[in-house]
Write a protein that binds this ligand. Structure first.
Ligand code: AMP
Length: 149
């Protein structure tokens, strides 16, 4: 975020002002194996990441819990299954999404129930993510400014 955002009232802010751009977001692709997805998640430290198709359109998200549930056997964790299952078989496709031009208040509503929400354009191409952290940071900055004026 640039320093210009600091002086802006929240009513003048849009998802584009706060989001993490696509090129900085870790993602996996539809046909990747769960083994690859788990590696990305563990190495990045994120609990879930967006899933994109071959043309970089947003198709869902995948998280550690869903992957671990897939390999949870009755008596042991069946790690060998990880390479046989593709991301598209188990990813979450029922996800809310925002547009870059949506106002701050839409972003606020969206991150109440999720630590991050994906941002895509009208054709479905992935633009980035809005995190609860970025939004709360901005809210805190503006509250602090208001209280000190
Ligand atoms: P944070 O704002 O760091 O607490 O991130 C909350 C969640 O947003 C993480 O657990 C990830 O699921 C997702 N996330 C944040 N930053 C990224 C990123 N650069 N790439 C992929 N996912 C991210």
């Amino acid at each position: 975020m640039n320093t210009m955002q600091e002086g802006k009232p929240l009513t003048d802010m849009y998802v584009a002002d706060l989001m993490i751009a696509a090129e900085k977001v870790a993602h996996v692709q539809l046909n990747n194996s769960l083994e690859h997805a788990l590696l990305v998640l563990v190495k990045s430290g994120y609990s879930a990441v967006p899933v994109l198709d071959m043309s970089y359109k947003l198709v869902g998200t995948i998280g550690k819990t869903v992957i671990l549930n897939q390999i949870l056997g009755l008596e042991r964790i069946e790690v060998e299954k990880l390479s046989d299952i593709a991301v598209h078989e188990v990813m979450n496709t029922d996800i809310p999404h925002l547009k870059k031009e949506d106002p701050f208040t839409d972003g606020l509503k969206a991150v109440i129930n999720a630590p991050f929400v994906c941002v895509s354009d009208s054709e479905g191409y992935f633009d980035g993510i809005l995190t609860r952290r970025a939004l709360l940071k901005q809210l805190q900055r503006n509250l602090y400014k208001t209280n000190n004026n």
